[in-house]
Design a protein around this ligand. Structure first.
Ligand code: PGA
Ligand code: ZN
Length: 404
């Protein structure tokens, strides 16, 4: 029995320069910390963060959330065995008492939840991924990373309607996949600069390039294909359309055109036909389960639910009933506890879905999700470009894990 004896929390900055939380959980002299990320293109059904409001940090401060950890969550968890993850998470869920964790804040709850798991692993002298795989009862395996190297949508100050253009190197070694991604990333920077001049290799929130003059989806895909070919590596392409962000008054605004769901579906088919696309995330708005299902039924690609499913078993059940997806994007902060995220993954696996573990656009230097992706044995992770500290910390952690 390793009782929780102390919990502290502090405000740190995330990769966009906004406040977020780092929590530290103690059991006697042992302790471990975890910090939480924050999205920009959030789904409306996500668990919500507790923010201070007011003038400081444009209202994004987390002093209230830290107070919740110290004054409400610590008294609740004091004396509980830190190795009892489900008990810990259920205590926090019940004490919060809301459906979307709005009282305590998903940011407060998650920071503690993840720090407890890291401390339990430390106490048991296990690698984090080994401990997590014992919680999820899955066989651990290194994943294939999806590298977001062109940024659009809400993550960039350009006109690209789709949010993420990802490359997926097809080797069994993580190290080789990361090397391929790094080389293609740099090649792309040079090509963009050469074609579009100064400023073309500026970057977006997830470290991918965000060229202002490259404003059509097909242009972005063409330049990716050019760089992939030139590199000589075996690489596929994946997209996160994040379609809720360009769904305005019942129409999708894509490349300066207003499309209904039928014409957007046709557009996806033409892209799939002409480019080596293996996966599309959030192809339609977060309420359009039926259009997701059409794309899934009529194509062979992976259809990923993010804003549609928000790592929430009730939304995932609805997507299963509608046959909308065949892959769940797993973001721990969409639901707010590790236990619920593991339950979401379990439900997805049980229904023959794949799972892709994901970072957020506002990240910290915590590499927890790298271990989580290995623990689940799900085979897929997306953590942004192969550049910028908060992104590469995840990829570097994968390279540290045995099996490469
Ligand atoms: P977000 O973007 O973290 O800004 O929500 C990531 C995604 O949509 O997958
Ligand atoms: Zn997404």
């Amino acid at each position: 029995m390793h009782k929780i004896t102390k919990i502290t929390a502090r405000q740190i900055l995330d990769s966009r320069g906004n406040p977020t939380i780092e929590a530290t959980v103690y059991s006697g002299k042992s302790f471990a910390s975890a910090s939480v990320p924050s999205g920009a293109s959030k789904g409306v059904h996500e668990a919500v963060e507790l923010r201070d409001g007011g003038k400081d940090f444009s209202g994004l401060g987390v002093k209230k959330a830290i107070k919740v950890i110290e004054k409400k969550i610590f008294p609740l968890l004091k004396g509980i065995d830190v190795c009892k993850q489900r008990t810990i998470d259920l205590l926090m869920i019940n004490a919060d008492g809301t459906k979307n964790k709005s009282r305590f804040g998903a940011n407060s709850i998650l920071a503690v939840s993840l720090a407890c798991a890291r401390l339990a692993a430390r106490i048991k002298k296990k690698e984090l991924y080994v401990y997590l795989s014992s919680l999820s009862k899955t066989k651990y395996k290194l994943p294939k990373p999806y590298f977001n190297i062109i940024n659009g949508g809400k993550h960039a100050d350009n006109k690209l309607s789709f949010q993420e253009f990802m490359i997926v190197p097809q080797y069994s070694s993580v190290k080789k996949n990361i090397q391929a991604a790094s080389e293609i990333y740099h090649l792309l920077g040079l090509v963009l600069h050469k074609r579009f001049g100064k400023g073309a290799s500026n970057i977006g929130d997830e470290g991918g390039f965000a060229p202002v003059k490259l404003n059509k989806i097909i242009q972005a895909l063409d330049v990716l294909v050019y760089c992939i070919k030139k590199s000589g590596y075996k690489v596929k392409i994946a997209l996160d359309a994040a379609a809720s962000e360009f769904f305005v008054k019942g129409k999708y605004l894509v490349d300066g055109r207003r499309m209904n769901s039928k014409s957007l579906l046709k557009f996806y088919f033409s892209l799939i036909k002409n480019y080596p696309i293996i996966s599309i995330e959030d192809p339609f708005s977060q309420e359009d389960f039926a259009s997701f299902a059409k794309l899934k039924a009529l194509s062979k690609i992976q259809v990923v639910g993010d804003d549609l499913t928000v790592t929430n078993v009730n939304r995932i059940k609805k997507a299963i009933e509608n046959d909308s997806c065949n892959c769940l994007l797993l973001k721990v902060n969409q639901i707010g506890t590790l236990t619920e995220a593991l339950d979401a993954a379990k439900l997805a696996f049980y229904n023959q879905w794949k799972v892709m573990v994901s970072h957020r656009s506002g990240e910290t230097n915590d590499s927890f999700i790298a271990d989580l992706s290995v623990a689940l044995g799900c085979g897929q992770i997306k953590a942004g470009a192969p550049a910028r500290g908060e992104r590469v910390v995840k990829y570097n952690r994968l390279m540290e894990i045995k099996g490469n």
